[in-house]
Design a protein around this ligand. Structure first.
Ligand code: TXA
Ligand code: MG
Length: 344
C-alpha cells in the first residue's frame, strides 16, 4: 500500500481530522521535522504510534497543541497540574510560553491526570509544544491535541520532507499532509524543570542564551547525559543512517579517512576549497551550505544524510561544526548520536 501525500486543502484537512478521530495516524508537517501524529487522548491511537514507529514504550511523546497563552491556560486545557510546579518557576515558564510559542520549543511540565500514561511513559511529567507550521496549526485547530514523535522509525534519521515520511512509514499511516521542507530542520529544544531550575534536555534552534533571556532565568544545560535520567528517549544512538557513519572536525582528518581510496559519501558543511578539491574526486559529496551558514546547514541536514544513505558506498563521512552555542550545539548533538558516540 502506498500512503498518499495530500496537499493541505480544506478537503485533505477534513480527511485528516476524520482519520485522527477514528484513531488512525497521519504524517504531519511542523517547522522542525515531520511528526507521526495521533489523538493524544485516545490510548489506542497512542499505542499505534509506538507500534508504527517501533518505538519502545519507555520513550515518552510530545503533545502538540494549537495554542496556549500561559500555564493557567494549559491547566484549563487539563494538560498540566499547575499545583505541582514550584512557584518560582511560574513566571519564567509563562515568559517562555509567551515568547516562544508557537515555535520550536517543548516544555516538560507536571502532567494532568487526564493525559494517558502511555503518552508520558508513566512519567509524572508531560512534554508539550505549540508548533508554528501553518498546516499543523490549521489541523490541530480543527481537531484535538496530537501526540507526535518525529515520523521516522525508531533510531533512524528524522524526516524533513513528506517524501521522507513515506520512505520511513509507508503503509503505516492513513495519509501524509504536504507541508514542504521543514524550515528549522532539527527537532525542538526541550526544556524541563528540576527543583527551582530550568534545564535544557535536548538542544535545538533556541539555545541556552536565548531561552535564558526569554525566561528571565538562567537555563542550565543538562549535567548528566539525558539518557540516564530525565529523558529516557535521548538514547546515545539516534538519528542513525544505515551506512556506518564517521565524523571529522577538519579537512585534514577527512584527507586521512579518504587515503585508502575506497569510495565514500561525504557530508560537508560548506564546499571544498580549491586546494581541497582533490579530496572530492571519486567520492559522492553533499554540500549543506555554500557559505557554511548553520541555519542552512540545519535545514538540509537530515535530508542530506538521508540522500547519502541511498548511495552505494561503504561509509558516510560527515563534517562536524566546531563547538558553539545554538545550532552548532544542536548539530553536534545529532551528529554524535547518529554516529553512536557520546555527545561531547
Ligand atoms: O520538534 C519536535 O519536537 C518533533 C516535532 C514532530 O514536534 N518531535 C520530536 O518528538 O522530536 P520525539 O518523540 O522524536 O522526541 C521527543 C523527545 C524525546 O527525546 C523524549 O524522550 C522527550 O522528548 N520527552 C518527551 N516527554 C518527556 C518527558 N516527560 N520527560 C522528559 N523527556 C521527554
Ligand atoms: Mg525523534
Amino acid at each position: 500500500m502506498i500512503t498518499p501525500i495530500l496537499d493541505p486543502t480544506p478537503a485533505a484537512l477534513a480527511q485528516a481530522v476524520q482519520a485522527l478521530t477514528a484513531g488512525q495516524l497521519i504524517g504531519l508537517p511542523t517547522e522542525t521535522v515531520y511528526g507521526l501524529a495521533g489523538h493524544a487522548f485516545d490510548e489506542q491511537a497512542v499505542a499505534a504510534i509506538f507500534a508504527a514507529k517501533e518505538r519502545p514504550r519507555f520513550d515518552p511523546l510530545i503533545v502538540h497543541l494549537a495554542q496556549a497563552e500561559s500555564l493557567e491556560d494549559l491547566a484549563a486545557q487539563q494538560l498540566i497540574d499547575i499545583a505541582a510546579l514550584p512557584a518560582a518557576l511560574k513566571a519564567p515558564l509563562n515568559a517562555l510560553i509567551r515568547a516562544c510559542w508557537p515555535g520550536p520549543l517543548t516544555l516538560v511540565l507536571p502532567r494532568h491526570a487526564r493525559v494517558p500514561e502511555l503518552v508520558t511513559s508513566g512519567l509524572e511529567t508531560v512534554a508539550l509544544r505549540v508548533p508554528a507550521h501553518p498546516v499543523a496549526q490549521a489541523l490541530i485547530r480543527q481537531s484535538f491535541p496530537l501526540a507526535a514523535p518525529s515520523a521516522n522509525r525508531f533510531g533512524r534519521i528524522s524526516p524533513t520532507t513528506a517524501a521522507a515520511v513515506r520512505q520511513e512509514l509507508d503503509g503505516r499511516l492513513a495519509l501524509i499532509l504536504e507541508g514542504g521542507p521543514c524550515s528549522v530542520g532539527l527537532e525542538s529544544s526541550v526544556v524541563g524543570c528540576e527543583g527551582k531550575e530550568l534545564i535544557l534536555l535536548r538542544p535545538g534552534q533556541l539555545d541556552l542564551a536565548t531561552l535564558s533571556a526569554r525566561a528571565g532565568l538562567s537555563v542550565r544545560p543538562a549535567q548528566v547525559h539525558p539518557a540516564e535520567v530525565r529523558a529516557p528517549g535521548m538514547l546515545a544512538s539516534h538519528y542513525a543512517p544505515q551506512h556506518s557513519l564517521r565524523l571529522f572536525e577538519n579537512r585534514g582528518q577527512l584527507a586521512k579517512m579518504l587515503a585508502d581510496g575506497l569510495p565514500r559519501a561525504v557530508l560537508l558543511l560548506r564546499p571544498l576549497s580549491e586546494a581541497e578539491t582533490a579530496l572530492g574526486a571519486e567520492h559522492v559529496q553533499h554540500v549543506l551550505s555554500s557559505s557554511g551558514d548553520l541555519s542552512e546547514v540545519a535545514q538540509g541536514f537530515f535530508a542530506g544524510l538521508r540522500a547519502l544513505d541511498q548511495e552505494p558506498v561503504s561509509e558516510i563521512l560527515a563534517e562536524v561544526p566546531p563547538p558553539g552555542p545554538g545550532l552548532a550545539h544542536a548539530l553536534r548533538d545529532r551528529l554524535f548520536k547518529a554516529a553512536g558516540q557520546r555527545v561531547r
